[in-house]
Design a protein around this ligand. Structure first.
Ligand code: MSP
Length: 692
């Protein structure tokens, strides 16, 4: 069955430029890419948008800290996004920046519509403000300590004339929208969350700020547009809303038949499922068809974020294994909507078992057998009556339904089930024995062809997930070029049994997923990148961090005396981030004193076998006998340049064995992301001297 053709618009959140991309951002964009590729294969006309959110106080501050302009900071980070999305094979059709002229025009057009509808008014606004969140907080929320509940930073009293949006007017219409079937806010937990929030009463929302780095608020000199009103408008700005050419807008937004899907993390549901639809209602524009909120990637049970200091940047994993295995892992490991944990162990486990073993081995085994049995070709006889055909006829509809439901883990499970049935089938038929007992027989041909055909179906269904490797598998098994639609030129559904050509040449199989030596990899990663790979101590109040702030909205001071928060939990978590890591929780001097830091001189250095990062250093720490210390600095330093240099070591660190070498201590290095820089005393001192 091939799905109906339609028009499909899918968006990711636009990412703040005061942080470099990490696994959370990659996840949302990968999901959007999988959906976009899936819908294209289904025959839809697809528009896939991503981009960057570049205005606001946090970006201005991050830039100032680096001594550059916000625009320079944005340009730099945007380049990183472009490079990463290229590596990941993201198939977006557009990339919007909130500093684009087209976006500014759209925001102005949006403000004009809100004003024309009588939904904007000026009012005095004051209260406790947390600038990283760009939000006001109530007395209760900040407590005695007067600190932001999300960042634990001191809040400041802010008093200004702001423009307000009459959000309160839209309460009933929003509730009616949530009541629609199917509900536009998904999954149900998120729908319930926003419904409860709206039912509890909506206050008007302050939509202007005195922050200079933003889009000037039309008709409000000295004020800029609130970052969320600015940012949310990107979804229509990219289609030409407010500009001269609205053709895309008409096709993908104004036409009610088009699907308009926003993918978001659960921390920014309120912005997308309350404020955004209310803005659109006020502007007289159609609403999104679906706002789909996914869960968080966690590490050590905390949301991965720059402010938590537990960021997983994918560079290392991609450099070694390519982007497709990571795409697979992210989609297989997380049930879309729920939280999931990221760990290197988890990644390697799945890679070795699902990719190297189940998929990679099946492909190379079948290709090798078929080549040797049939003169370097696919088998001469196909087969349309066998248990694999039956298993495929069950698995493919399950896969399709799961894709339609955005249950990607289930879609992949269905494919892996087919792979496992294929493994059993081959195990029972033992074609490696048939090659000897009945070379070239019809039975052997059918057995191998069936195995290859089941693999073709799996690889074809993997096209949205692994845009680089799935086509390589198809080529490797003789299935030819990857299809661009489920409907082949001859009218066949490419996901139905029978597509593998007989008797076509097969090249010698190249390894698709070389196994990872888990122990060696982990040893190297832990030493090379402690901030990334090892657990970061939780902050003093972990519960307060990254927990969405209570739902409420800004309101003028006329009603309650202190203005409630815009509760920008996402803005809170993400906007607070700077280009520097967040301070770890305070420790007492006695905790610091427990770390025995000493000066030592490197006497000898060599590379640890099979590692491009680890160096084995022999150091003199004034103890009589030399020590061996293994350091993950070998990508930056050649062993010879370290000999004779003084370094600082953690002398009382418990010994650890790294790739077979026992390390007694650790060399201190500064690591700002560009590779480690080894620390040394600024003048020579005696070995063994304590560092305080
Ligand atoms: N700029 C706003 C979005 C504006 S959309 C009109 C923003 N940016 S962000 O860079 O902070 O976050 C972008 C997305 O990344 C959010 O959907 C957020 O949920 C997601 N993630 C950030 N960290 C995450 C995890 N650890 N796990 C999964 N996704 C998370 O918010």
């Amino acid at each position: 069955m091939v799905g109906p053709m339609g028009r499909f618009y899918v968006t990711t959140p636009i990412y703040y430029v005061n942080d470099l991309p990490h696994i959370g951002h990659i996840y949302t964009t990968t999901v959007a890419d999988v959906i976009a590729r899936w819908r294209r294969l289904e025959g839809d006309e697809v528009r896939f948008l991503t981009g960057t959110d570049e205005h606001g106080q946090n970006i201005e501050r991050a830039a100032r800290r680096e001594g550059i302009t916000p625009r320079q900071l944005a340009d730099r980070v945007v380049e990183r996004y472009h490079a990463l999305w290229r590596t990941f094979g993201m198939s977006h059709d557009d990339f919007i920046r909130t500093t684009d002229e087209r976006h500014v025009q759209a925001v102005e057009a949006m403000v004009a519509r809100l004003r024309a509808n009588g939904d904007l008014y000026e009012a005095h606004h004051e209260g406790w403000y947390c600038s990283p969140c760009e939000s006001f907080y109530t007395d209760k929320e900040i407590g005695e300590a007067k600190r932001c509940p999300t960042h634990e930073l001191p809040v400041e009293w802010k008093s200004e004339e702001n423009v307000f949006f009459r959000l309160s007017r839209y309460q009933d219409r929003l509730l009616a929208w949530y009541a629609q079937e199917p509900c536009p806010v998904r999954p149900d937990t998120r729908r319930n969350e926003v419904r409860t929030f709206v039912e509890s009463g909506l206050r008007d929302l302050s939509v202007s700020r005195s922050t200079p780095w933003g889009i000037p608020f039309p008709g409000q000199p000295g004020q800029t547009v609130y970052v969320w009103l600015d940012a949310l408008t990107n979804y229509v700005a990219a289609l030409g809303f407010g500009g001269a050419d609205a053709a895309l807008y008409d096709r993908f937004w104004a036409d009610q038949a088009a699907t308009r899907l926003h993918l978001v993390g659960k921390d920014i549901v309120r912005f997308h499922a309350v404020y955004w639809p209310a803005f659109l209602m006020a502007a007289g524009l159609p609403l999104p068809s679906t706002v789909w909120a996914h869960g968080f990637w966690l590490r050590d049970d905390r949301k991965i974020s720059k402010s938590a200091g537990n960021v997983v940047r994918p560079n290392e994993l991609i450099e070694r294994f390519g982007a497709d295995p990571l795409r697979y892992f992210l989609l297989r490991e997380m049930s879309f909507g729920a939280d999931a944990s990221f760990s290197d162990e988890g990644f390697i486990g799945r890679y070795n078992s699902d990719l190297a073993n189940d998929l990679g081995n099946t492909v190379s085994r079948l290709v090798t057998l078929s080549r040797s049995a049939f003169d370097g070709r696919t088998p001469p006889l196909a087969c349309d009556d066998n248990p694999l055909l039956v298993a495929a006829a069950e698995a493919i509809p399950v896969y399709r339904q799961a894709m339609d439901d955005f249950a990607f883990h289930r879609a992949l499970e269905a494919l892996w089930h087919l792979l496992s049935v294929t493994g059993q089938y081959l195990g029972e038929r033992e074609p490696w024995k048939l090659i000897k007992s009945e070379p070239g027989s019809d039975r052997l041909s059918r057995v191998l062809w069936n195995g290859l055909e089941a693999t073709r179906l799996v690889a074809t269904a993997l096209l949205p997930f692994m845009p680089e490797l799935a086509p390589r598998i198809l080529a490797a098994i003789g299935a030819g070029a990857a299809p661009s639609s489920w409907r082949a030129e001859n009218g066949r559904d490419v996901l139905s049994w029978g597509g593998l050509p007989t008797g076509v040449p097969l090249a010698e199989p190249a390894p698709l997923f070389p196994r990872i030596d888990k122990k060696a990899y982990l040893a190297e990663v832990v030493v090379a990148a402690p901030a990334v790979a090892s657990a970061t101590p939780p902050p003093a109040n972990p519960a307060a961090k990254d927990t969405p702030a209570p739902m409420s909205s800004d309101a003028p001071t006329s009603t309650p005396p202190v203005v409630p928060t815009a509760g920008a939990s996402a803005a809170a978590t993400a906007a607070a981030t700077t280009t520097l890591p967040e301070l770890r929780p305070t420790i007492g001097i006695e905790q610091f004193a427990a770390v025995d830091l000493r000066v030592a001189t490197v006497q000898a250095a060599e590379r640890v076998a099979k590692s491009n990062k680890l160096l084995r250093l022999t150091v003199d720490a004034g103890e009589g006998a030399a020590r061996t210390v293994v350091a993950g600095i070998g990508k930056k330093y050649a062993p010879e340049e370290l000999v004779g240099r003084q370094v600082i070591i953690v002398a009382n660190l418990a010994p650890a064995t790294l790739m077979g070498v026992e390390s007694n201590g650790m060399v201190l290095a500064a690591d700002g992301g560009e590779g480690p820089v080894v620390l040394a005393p600024s003048a020579p001192v005696a070995n063994g001297t304590r560092v305080r």
